[in-house]
Design a protein around this ligand. Structure first.
Ligand code: AMP
Length: 300
């Protein structure tokens, strides 16, 4: 089933202890789309400036991603983010953010996007996410991501959004910030009580936790030695998860659990190289093989 994503499309500069890359392809909606494209037809809604290299659009199209909803602002500059990873390759600092065309982003969902049964609101302002929800007429499953910035600056809008979505995906530190709870299990349940039917708390190299009215569980990350650039791991996780749900066409508890596992595995490929360099060079078979290893690892 079709899946629409609304979110940031970016040029990133990424600094790791070993290497720095300037102006590489990034953005929450980009990582999400490519990850989800292994499972379902994806439509991307976002905005870029005139500096956006056309080959980036071609790359998305080569993965079958529909970009009718990608606005190009004449004379505008694409959203820019610069991040620096610490020695442990898990913690990072944001060194620079230039919202540019993202500051005035008014998402316009083409008709097919409005009717999409699966919708993901990737990282971006909550006001923008709410505008996308208002335009949707066909979504049976709406899931959103958020981050500390919006929890701090758009708290009211976020609380409103939580009553309008089915699922929320956020980091452990963000769940704590949103609820004021230090215990992650309590924090996850508290976020769920704010509206969504399920909540996924991402824990970086430690995997992800799932919370619904009926169950709470944790899935570990796929153990990987090769971490070159963790940027986009969270968005790829969400893309793998939502892509699998859209492929299966349901969000039953067992489907959700396997979707979480696929999210974790897609993210484990993303971190193996900068930008989308690794993620675009895998196959569905690579994912299935890693799934077999992951399932074996968890059975005892
Ligand atoms: P992740 O590593 O999964 O948290 O996602 C990293 C991506 O999020 C990068 O490619 C950035 O371009 C993008 N990003 C960083 N800050 C923001 C922001 N404030 N709004 C939207 N996207 C952002």
């Amino acid at each position: 089933m079709p899946l629409v994503v609304v979110g940031s499309v970016a040029l990133d500069s990424v600094e790791t202890p070993k290497e720095t890359r300037e102006n590489i392809l990034g953005g929450s909606a980009v990582y999400f789309s490519v990850a989800a494209s292994y499972f379902a037809p994806v439509r991307l809604v976002g905005v870029v400036g005139e500096d956006w290299p056309p080959e980036h659009t071609q790359l998305l199209q080569s993965r079958g991603i529909n970009v009718d909803g990608l606005q190009v602002v004449k004379g505008g500059k694409t959203f820019f983010w610069r991040g620096r990873y610490l020695e442990n390759m898990n913690d990072r600092e944001t060194i620079d953010v230039q919202l540019n065309v993202l500051a005035d982003f008014d998402p316009k969902l083409p008709e097919e996007c409005r009717r999409s049964p699966f919708m993901f609101l990737a990282n971006g302002s909550t006001t923008t996410q709410l505008k996308a929800i208002e335009q949707s007429i066909g979504a049976t499953l709406t899931v959103a991501d958020t981050m500390d910035l919006w929890i701090r600056t758009e708290r009211e809008q976020l609380e409103e959004m939580l009553t309008k979505i089915d699922g929320l995906v956020l980091n452990d530190s963000e769940a704590k910030l949103l609820t004021g709870e230090e215990n992650l299990v309590v924090a996850g349940q508290k976020v769920r009580e704010m509206g969504p039917r399920f909540v996924v708390v991402k824990k970086g190299e430690h995997g992800a936790m799932f919370f619904s009215q009926y169950e709470t569980y944790v899935l570990p990350a796929y153990p990987t030695e090769k971490v070159v650039d963790p940027t986009g791991a969270g968005d790829s996780f969400a893309g793998g998860m939502m892509g699998y749900l859209a492929e299966q066409g349901n969000f039953e508890p067992t489907t959700l659990k396997k979707a979480m596992a696929f999210g974790i595995l897609v993210a484990s490929f993303t971190v193996e190289d900068f930008s989308l360099d690794r993620l675009i060079n895998i196959t569905r078979e690579d994912l299935e093989r890693r799934m077999e290893q992951y399932q074996q690892m968890l059975s005892f």
